[in-house]
Design a protein around this ligand. Structure first.
Ligand code: AMP
Ligand code: MG
Length: 407
């Protein structure tokens, strides 16, 4: 057995970032910027009002109060999107809506809530204003010439909006990896009813979903029976057509594991077959098929997903240029403690992490920790990382790797 860090270092050392492409903003979600994004305009593009109200001169409103409102003559109205040629002179005001440009002569906006309409196009103002009050200045969000986002920024919905606000419709990004997903095993079938001895393929759908979730593109290469010729065809095609290959099954020591023979051949004996000191997911294979990394995950469904989390996910994130390719790892309180025995392995236990009444993270290890019990992983939002030894004392702290939202 080799330590997890050694296996990870071996894999990550061979991962390289993908090339750069230009995409429509709407197609760039979850990718990473390849170059800094610079604004050639200001946002907002002009001074405008933050509220519905009246554009005024603050000098006219000195001493305005509920008891002695100031009366101003309303000389016009400005809606958002309009740019009428209106001017605010002494003792006048312009009715103005949120987002409309500030008319000439005005230095502040009084909220409509602090006014009431008077007779003959007048308005009664019950409060003074200060210069610049309720005005959003040109460039106060983004100034022309600013670097809005440096390279390697994740393209989130707010990033998409900010880039759109400076008038850009395309963005230079690191390519979205196309990741082949293959399941191996003659026991896998879609046949209805399920023949005795056969099972459904659960790894392919869950791995494809995990790849989609992280912003990469899964490509389905189907289940492949344990057959030398078919395995060779699919692995060859997948590694040619995609940026990376994720396959499950046939990496441990079974009689019918033709995947080993095929992968050794097409990788020119580049594969490394590992036994890692972790539970689950002890067996794992990795190699380069030409320039394409291939992740050989164990077949047991929980092992496959844990192995994906520890090796494939961070690698694919690195290919995408993600500067933080790892899941959040933090500490949580274990009120019940965790009992285990020493076996030389780190245990990754399916757990639920929630906030307790004091807002502290608390970890509960879930029942059903066998590597075929996928539903217990489905009910978990974290893996508790329990180092080799006798476990964690009651009310001790354990490291948790967050897989989903804390509840
Ligand atoms: P293997 O790693 O090929 O020896 O498979 C280990 C266990 O995982 C066996 O019980 C397989 O039937 C099961 N298994 C392998 N591939 C899959 C899959 N795609 N979906 C569900 N179970 C699988
Ligand atoms: Mg198998």
């Amino acid at each position: 057995m080799i330590p997890l860090e050694e296996a990870q270092a071996h894999v990550f050392a061979q991962i390289t970032q993908l090339g750069v492409t230009t995409l429509k903003l709407s197609e760039a979600r979850s990718l990473f910027t390849a170059t800094p994004i610079r604004a050639s305009v200001s946002v907002p593009p002009f001074d405008n009002t933050a509220v519905d109200g009246y554009a005024v001169r603050s000098t006219d409103l000195r001493g305005a109060s509920l008891e002695s409102p100031v009366v101003l003559q309303v000389v016009g109205t400005l809606a958002a999107g309009e740019s009428a040629n209106l001017e605010v002179g002494p003792n006048t005001a312009v009715r103005i809506m949120t987002g409309a440009p500030i008319p000439e002569g005005a230095d502040s906006i009084v909220m409509v809530e602090d006014t009431s309409k008077g007779p003959n196009d007048t308005v009664l103002v019950y409060t003074p204003t200060s210069i610049g009050g309720n005005i959003r200045n040109a460039g106060s969000d983004i100034a022309s010439g600013d670097v809005v986002f440096p390279a390697y920024t994740e393209i989130t919905p707010a990033v998409i909006g900010s880039i759109a606000s400076v008038g850009l419709t395309e963005v230079e990004v690191i390519k979205r990896p196309r990741v082949a997903v293959i399941s191996t095993g003659s026991e896998l079938t879609d046949e209805v009813p399920l023949p005795l001895g056969k099972i459904r393929d659960s790894n392919r759908p869950s791995l494809m979903a995990a790849i989609t979730e992280m912003g990469a593109e899964p490509i389905d290469y189907g289940p492949v029976p344990d057959d030398y010729q078919q395995l060779k065809e699919v692995f060859t095609k997948a590694s040619k057509e995609c940026d990376a290959v994720v396959t499950s099954g046939g990496v441990s020591v079974g009689d019918f594991d033709y995947s080993k023979k095929v992968l050794e051949e097409i990788s020119s004996n580049q594969m490394r077959w590992m036994q890692i000191s972790i539970k689950p997911a002890k067996p794992f294979a990795f190699g380069m098929i030409g320039s394409k990394p291939l992740f050989g995950l164990p077949g047991n469904p929980v092992s496959a997903l844990v192995s994906f989390e520890l090796f494939a996910r961070p690698s694919i994130a690195m290919m995408m240029g993600n500067p933080n390719p790892f899941r959040t790892v933090t500490k949580a309180l274990v009120p019940e403690g965790i009992k285990r025995s020493s076996d030389g392995k780190i245990h990754f236990l399916r757990s639920t992490v929630r906030f307790d009444q004091n807002g502290k993270l608390q970890c509960e290890v879930n029942v059903g920790q066998s590597s075929h019990m996928l539903s217990s992983l489905a009910h978990s939002n974290a893996l508790a990382v329990v180092p080799d030894g006798i476990g964690i004392d009651k009310n001790g702290l354990v490291e948790v790797m967050l897989l989903a939202r804390v509840i």
